[in-house]
Design a protein around this ligand. Structure first.
Ligand SMILES: [Zn+2]
Length: 105
């Protein structure tokens, strides 16, 4: 048995960590070894709502994992702030190629 908080190991029969006062678990959640896959990198930024909508439809079609940071803050964009397009690190190259083909880069 393990404490999910301090990662302390307990013998069978214990159910709460004496230090943390939290319930023990049978297995610690595996530390993600794929963490680097979940990194997002910026590949493009725009303040143009039309471009954002267009790029979204293209990336959706290509199955790229992405999000726009700052999107939804329409007021900010109106004020000249950029929405940044962030793409999963391992798909950034593909996304850049797509954007280049479209003439955005
Ligand atoms: Zn603990």
């Amino acid at each position: 048995m393990f404490c999910p908080k301090c990662k302390g190991e307990y013998r069978e029969g214990f159910y709460k960590c004496a230090d943390c006062d939290v319930y023990l678990v049978g297995e610690l959640p595996q530390a993600s070894t794929r963490e680097s896959d979940d990194e997002f990198v910026e590949v493009f930024s725009t303040y143009n709502q039309g471009e954002i909508a267009f790029i979204k439809s293209v990336l959706d079609g290509e199955g790229i994992t992405y999000f726009f940071q700052g999107e939804g803050t329409t007021m900010l964009i109106a004020a000249g702030a950029y929405a940044r397009l962030l793409v999963k690190a391992d798909e950034a190259k593909t996304a850049r190629e797509i954007l280049r083909d479209l003439g955005f880069l």
